[in-house]
Design a binder for this molecule. Sequence first.
Ligand SMILES: [Zn+2]
Length: 583
Amino acid sequence: MSETTTDSQPLTLPGLLWHTLWFGMVAGLLEALILFTRRFAMHQTVWVSDDFVWIAPLSYALFFLVPGAVLLPLRLARPAWATPRIVAGQLTVPTAMIASLVLLGGTLHWVAHLLLATGIAVQVSRVAGRPSAPVARLVRRTAPALLALLLAVALVFPPARRWQERRAAAGLPGAPAGAPNVLLIIWDTVRAQSLSLYGYTRATTPLLDRRAATGAVFDLAQSTAPWTAASHGSMFTGRLTQEMSIGWRTPLDRSDSTLAEALQRRGYRTGGFTANLIATTRESGLARGFGHYEDFVLSRELFLHSTLVGQRIKRWRPLGGGPLRFYDHKRAAQVTDAFLAWNAEKRDQPYFAFLNYFDAHDPYFAPPDWRERFPTGDRLQNKYDAAIQLLDAEVDRLLAELERRGQLGNTIVILTADHGELFGEHGLHQHGNSLYQPLLHVPLVIWGAPGLPAGSRIPAPVSLRDLPATILAMVAPAAPHPFPGASLSRAWEAGAAADTLVAGAPKGIGTPPHEPVTRGNMSSLLAGTMQYILNGDGVEELYDVAADPDQLTNLAADSSRLGPWRSALGVRVPATWHPELRR
Ligand SMILES: [Zn+2]
């Protein structure tokens, strides 16, 4: 790199390599800069790991070896073609194209992106072609330092984070002697009705069915939201969907205490292990209070596939790609193993761990033999059921290992789901689109809770928003806590008054017209076995979920029954969620 370059001189071979790497790193830095500006300045969700800041430039440095390899034979055949002007122009095309795609996304046709990039490349090559060859000089001066800096960050970033975590854990206040561990296991997208534990005809949860004999099963547990982020937010803060900042594209803000923060203040070591890389990553705000939080896993796949170009290559059919998504690589065993490794670190403190298993979320990561397990019936539902069987086995493995480590005797284990799934009921599929029972009725099993009789079934409807209050009441019964809601102990203690449970979903963004959420913010109330739904366009629905579990008969036609529901909604749900009623 000691030669002096002028535009009339072609680049040397090392000079060509440094140009290739430099433009790749710049492309990655531009992509990271655009995404992090969106995330931190514009508060948009961008779905990338915090490590993206060094992953993207290094990934693109590798990717750019492809155009570099195209330039190499040209340089060998015709050195005169490898002037700084021509090379800088050629390498600016992919660099500017990436920036344009990240910045303007799907608003332009790819030909328009290419034209824009070519225009920028012409301007850059004009500058690069000046007699002093300023671009070649810039590359020569900064490329090795930039590469060294990125490699240093890559080497230092992960261990520095671990060191900081250990330091923070060491600084926790002392926990009361004998304080129990708390393990919150969330099966993403698992509805109660698809579990043999809840009477499903297929043996989807044989191991859980057996383990339930030592715990308590809640027959009618209700999620507060039909989608991940709001439901998790509610389980972490005790707030309702209607009261939180969480929206389809907005994170949980800092206005409420989280369960992890409250337990940390009581001396708990806290760890989050999530496979849902759409809605529960650090940028969702749900990681607050966790001393250790694993969302994206540093791996070769993340390295190669988290950039825009990497994702497009991965999905490119000629290369064997399919409709895979960037988050589809984290499976149940990884979540369990990551937690068990963290759990094995010897500590004197009790712990609170949250695990999210994503295998039953579409596209349903069933074991390979799922077709043999369920040879007849709806293909998607067969796959879903097999994925639930996989989760059943995984959680059994997890609990067996904790038993072997001698922890289960002093651990409160809560197994639930954030929401369910629809397979054509009401003409709907998947979730997030409505407030029908397949989306809100979720499994809930609790083991090791003081006063909760082993092997019991709790028939009273309960809301997952009460989990933070319940957990705090279990670990520190006498101490005040910041959570709204009340301990679920009232569901198993005699004489408690029945509760009215609230759920909600905000107006959909870009959702199809037939989905109820498209019509506006919607709310649901459940009391006893009756569920009232107020749609965003003011249309009301009322169902008896015990007599009519498929919710086929809307009882709202008899408007004399609606008065109490309307008043209850007025009290429980903020006014911005009250549409004008359609009478
Ligand atoms: Zn979910």
